[in-house]
Design a protein. Structure first.
Length: 513
């Protein structure tokens, strides 16, 4: 049977996502990863491939995950399509009845949320178009807008160009910085309790009529000229009245004088107060959204998209989870990852997704590694552990690396087959192997050893404490994020971004429900 997933379930899902961010049962992270994108595809930066969503790629994403930052309730906000007011544009007006059988006149949209019925002005104030001058003389399409709305009145205001605009809210400067983008504008958080918008919210009247549109006057012939007051608005509400202006016996304008309340359907009963000797004129009484204009801005504006904001930056002293000197080409969102080695929910502000080695040897203070190249260790007879280098810190003598399926080896030959056999982990004291590791540098290779006597989360050099962002045990560090735990709910590929020491990245992700 015919069925439809309504727009309102999309708005509800957006609401539930925002609510879920702030609960203790959930933990969401924005992550960066894939430091070797051009090894995956040589033309990655010019022909970036679309992400693949399957379980196979799910595991690969974790293997190449570099680090992640927790999303808080302050990092998410509902957003709507950016429509900036511009003189000379015909904007569509709010109507409750756009459909496949009643397309919007400007955008031919089948639904309200796809029309251009609201705007943001130059002062970051957002307005809804209550009336755009639609009349039979312009086929109901409306007139061009010439006067930018700037008021903050609680009731809709008629401008000199014939438009009626309803002020909704002003975007806060802090929200502009974090949540404004080229295509979207933010909607205030917690509309039902937000004190900044309380006046707009409290001014809403459920079922109050603001607009009546003349659809057709062909054949109408009323025994009246001038303005007729007290024309009743009939329906399931109460108190609605309008005044109708006539020219040459035909209605030319309608003004609502009392919007009443409680209407979910209505008609203008003109023929009950004025004699008509021809065909009855056709009017559309515009019904407001549930609760009235301004009661629930998320439903009124169709806020079914969420902008997730995250700033990636480093303090080399206290927050080294985001390494520098290498690239990332993948970002995404993980829901409810766990702590490495446990089933506990990961809740730290940031977390590393890579492995670490604390190195010892004369060359550690001058070592210049080759990012994405290999670091290896003989962990047994015919068995080699292979890692791919993220970066190296000569001050703390720590090397970060990742291991994916490409470094799995055939234990008997040491070759790397296409799909791998066994992926060997680095060991502090391998039985039958060696404590030495071979590091690929920019000029060749360097043989060093794992500092198995070192355990801790920091080191002090020249009276300054440096934190690793990971816990080292016997010179080895595991990722802080448990591999393959949680759900990857968003993936985005992009050209490689090289991280520098003084660099920070503002990541803005749009989730559409």
């Amino acid at each position: 049977m015919p069925a439809v997933i309504t727009d309102q379930i999309r708005v509800l899902n957006a609401t539930n996502f925002v609510s879920g961010i702030s609960t203790s049962d959930n933990s969401y992270y924005v992550f960066i990863g894939l430091p070797n994108a051009t090894s995956v595809a040589s033309d990655w930066n010019t022909n970036t491939p679309a992400p693949i969503d399957n379980f196979d790629k799910h595991d690969d994403i974790y293997d190449t995950l570099i680090s992640a930052k927790k999303i808080t309730s302050n990092d998410v906000l509902r957003v709507i399509k950016k429509i900036t007011w511009s003189s000379g544009t015909i904007y569509e007006m709010y109507r409750q009845d756009y459909s496949i059988n009643n397309l919007s006149p400007q955008t031919s949209a089948t639904a309200l949320y796809n029309t251009n019925y609201y705007v943001m002005n130059s002062d970051f104030r957002v307005y809804e178009c209550i009336y755009n001058g639609a009349a039979p003389s312009n086929s109901g399409a409306g007139v061009i807008s010439l006067e930018e709305p700037t008021h903050t009145d609680l009731q809709p205001r008629l401008e000199s160009d014939g438009y009626v605009w309803k002020y909704l809210y002003t975007i806060k400067p802090s929200d502009i910085i974090k949540f404004d983008s080229a295509d979207y504008i933010p909607v205030p958080a917690n509309w039902s309790t937000n004190t900044d918008v309380a006046d707009v919210r409290n001014a809403a009247v459920d079922g109050k009529i603001e607009t009546i549109v003349i659809e057709n006057v062909t054949g109408a012939s009323y025994a009246f000229n001038g303005t007729k007051n007290g024309v009743p608005i009939r329906g399931d509400g109460d108190g609605g009245l309008a005044s109708v202006t006539f020219i040459n016996g035909q209605p030319s304008a309608v003004q609502v004088t009392n919007g009443g309340s409680g209407y979910s359907f209505a008609t203008l009963d003109l023929d009950s107060v004025v004699t008509n000797t021809g065909t009855a004129s056709q009017f559309s009484v515009i019904i407001p959204p549930p609760g009235g204009h301004g009661a629930d801005i998320y439903r009124e504006l169709g806020a079914n998209k969420i902008l997730v904001y995250s700033r990636i930056e480093n303090s080399d002293v206290t927050n080294p989870d985001f390494p520098t000197g290498n690239q990332f080409a993948r970002i995404g969102i993980i829901e409810n990852p766990q702590v490495h080695g446990s089933t506990n929910l990961l809740t730290s502000a940031s977390a590393s997704g890579v492995y670490g080695l604390r190195l010892a040897g004369a060359a550690t203070t001058s070592l210049v590694v080759s990012p994405d190249a290999s670091v290896t260790q003989n962990v047994g007879v015919g068995s080699t552990a292979i890692g791919k280098i993220i970066g190296y810190d000569a001050v703390t003598k720590t090397l970060q690396y990742w291991q994916d399926r490409s470094v799995a080896t055939n234990d008997s030959s040491g070759n790397v087959p296409t799909f791998g056999y066994k992926l060997n982990r680095f060991q502090a004291n391998p039985s039958g192997g060696s404590n030495d590791v071979i590091v690929t540098t920019t000029t060749g290779t360097e043989t060093l050893s794992i500092d198995t006597g070192f355990t801790g989360v920091s080191t002090t050099v020249n009276a300054r404490t440096y934190y690793f962002g990971q816990t080292y045990n016997s010179g080895l560090a595991n990722p802080e994020i448990k591999k393959y735990s949680g759900n990857i709910i968003y993936i985005d590929h992009r050209p490689e971004v090289t991280r520098a020491t003084n660099q920070r990245e503002d990541i803005k992700i749009i989730l559409e429900f």
